[in-house]
Design a protein around this ligand. Sequence first.
Ligand SMILES: Cc1cc2nc3c(=O)[nH]c(=O)nc-3n(C[C@H](O)[C@H](O)[C@H](O)COP(=O)(O)OP(=O)(O)OC[C@H]3O[C@@H](n4cnc5c(N)ncnc54)[C@H](O)[C@@H]3O)c2cc1C
Ligand SMILES: NC(=O)c1ccc[n+]([C@@H]2O[C@H](COP(=O)([O-])OP(=O)(O)OC[C@H]3O[C@@H](n4cnc5c(N)ncnc54)[C@H](O)[C@@H]3O)[C@@H](O)[C@H]2O)c1
Length: 474
Amino acid sequence: MAPILKPDLCVIGGGSGGLTTAAAAAAFGVDVVLVERGKMGGDCLNYGCVPSKALLAAGKHAAAIREAERFGIFAGEPRIDFAAVKDHVRGVIAAIAPNDSVERFESLGVTVLQADASFVDEKTVSAGGQLVQARRFVVATGSSPLVPPIEGLAETPFFTNETIFDLYERPDHLVIVGGGPIGMEMAQAHRRLGSKVTVLEGGTCLGRDDPELAAPVIERLREEGVVVRDFAKVLAVAKGEAGPSITFETDGGRETIEASHLLIAVGRAANVDGLGLDAAGIDYTAKGITVRHDLRTTNRRVYAVGDISGGPQFTHVANYQAGLVLRPILFRLPVRERRDHLPHVTFTDPELGQVGPTEAEAKASGLLKDVVSWPYGENDRAQAERRTGGQIKLVLGAKGKIIGAGVVGLSAGEITNMLSLAVGKAMTVADLRDFISPYPTLSEIGKRAATVYYRPYTKKALVRGAVRLLSRFG
Ligand SMILES: Cc1cc2nc3c(=O)[nH]c(=O)nc-3n(C[C@H](O)[C@H](O)[C@H](O)COP(=O)(O)OP(=O)(O)OC[C@H]3O[C@@H](n4cnc5c(N)ncnc54)[C@H](O)[C@@H]3O)c2cc1C
Ligand SMILES: NC(=O)c1ccc[n+]([C@@H]2O[C@H](COP(=O)([O-])OP(=O)(O)OC[C@H]3O[C@@H](n4cnc5c(N)ncnc54)[C@H](O)[C@@H]3O)[C@@H](O)[C@H]2O)c1
């Protein structure tokens, strides 16, 4: 048996959270062992963010060709080679993969074990038989697609995010169960690439977002021909002649529809199975590993980051958490995870971005003092681009502090960066009002929304009187 490895840090999982932790620790000269049982890069690179955004990008090009007439350009209906689109998706993954590869991590000084890791006791991990006893462990094992207990599903072929990107034939009719970010992004991408698409959502689509901001996304998908059915309870699926048939119930009664392909996108299950968490004294639930404010688990040697830590499931959150845990691990500094300033973007067209609490969440927490908004229609760049649908909303606390913000519209994801800075740095509407925004840019809507906050002051008799008085002094 190989000698026990005794590094300073052992990271389990080579996805967004694990790779960031390992690379940053190695940059400080720390002896790191990284264990990954599947593809380096995890979900984001292989089955998540990257392929979904590449597919959406292809769909966006098709939509731009269809809409070109509005700009005086006549191209007709685009001819779409679905297999070539998938080659493009593969190509994007391949272009990014070297950054996440075993070779790159070994070149950084990390020892990479390509094996399934499991705790055997409180201080030891076995990775394919190789024992590792590290001073600290970081668990970053991510999540997997949740498969709901729908009658007949186990006997019916279906896709998840782990298999849909390998489908090289264009679905004639893609039925998607779940209208969250995965469901809606996949629905629009496939519709734009020529498939008939139906979304069956148990509640309301994009239900975690501000309903007023989610509405234009849902409306746009419907305009493009996606059939969106809210409050649809899927009762059973069965393997039909041409593909799966899906029976569901709404207020209007029971219906059965025929699909060529079925995609299940109803959320995620934390990858806790087989990790030996009980042997290590690490508490967990179905949502993930239980962590403290500093992401430490119930085993003081072990931290958890990313989807497995039970919080919001995004790559940038995994990266943020990786940055946090390195401080206690490397420098013995105390940290406290914040969740009130986290952004997320759904990359449909229009994009939908949110930072911190929505209006309703801020109201429920008692922090809401005001909301100001500005429509894309009043932005000159949006007019030039002929994309005037959407709005920005600033959620304000006391003294004009921006505690949350949401935006839906063209390039809303990019605008969310500015909003993330504003919320993260506890800026006020005055900060957004006073910065100089280059003209004509879409981000100007943030500044315009901030000026709305000051409108009541311009109407105040005292302020108006002061302006009149001062004007007398020449
Ligand atoms: C379709 C889709 C689209 C998405 N789009 C976005 C987006 O646009 N933006 C965004 O921010 N987020 C997006 N996400 C979410 C994002 O992908 C995840 O939040 C992120 O990948 C989480 O990173 P992680 O490191 O926690 O887990 P993962 O990336 O899942 O990595 C975990 C790794 O651990 C390995 N592993 C698991 N168990 C073991 C074990 N016992 N031993 C060894 N290795 C193990 C797995 O093989 C995997 O490689 C998307 C997700 C999906 C599914
Ligand atoms: N752009 C992005 O950042 C992005 C994109 C995709 C995924 N993600 C991440 O991945 C996570 C998972 O995405 P997701 O869309 O699978 O999950 P989700 O939990 O966000 O949404 C799942 C949806 O499915 C519905 N649902 C659940 N059970 C159902 C059932 N039996 N029948 C019909 N509908 C049902 C829910 O009401 C919900 O609207 C997201 O929460 C997000 O963290 C992020």
